[in-house]
Design a protein. Structure first.
Length: 95
């Protein structure tokens, strides 16, 4: 699989997971995608912000399998960040 295809696979995987949360889980009484760690709500944009530099390091410095994983993570992190930018001011607020 070429690098562009691996990147697109990551991008589409994240987009599909985000769509699943907004469509299929929207009618549930609770949100399965809301996670709290030590009182901090973990936003998916924050997860993307953590995965992006990890993916960049792996893509630039890793062996072939690690490089592919890095490219996938780069593609995966972009929709997470883009979808949650409207909550950027709340990414680091303890509730």
């Amino acid at each position: 699989m070429k690098d562009a295809a691996v990147f697109m696979l990551g991008l589409l995987t994240a987009a599909a997971l985000l769509g699943l949360n907004y469509t299929l889980l929207a009618d549930m009484e609770f949100d399965l995608m809301t996670v709290y760690i030590a009182g901090l709500r973990i936003h998916h944009g924050l997860v993307g912000l953590i995965l992006f530099p990890l993916g960049a390091v792996l893509a630039l410095l890793g062996s072939r399998p690690a490089r592919r994983m890095g490219i996938f993570l780069l593609g995966f992190s972009i929709p997470l960040i883009a979808d949650d930018l409207h909550d950027l001011g709340r990414w680091f607020i303890f509730e």
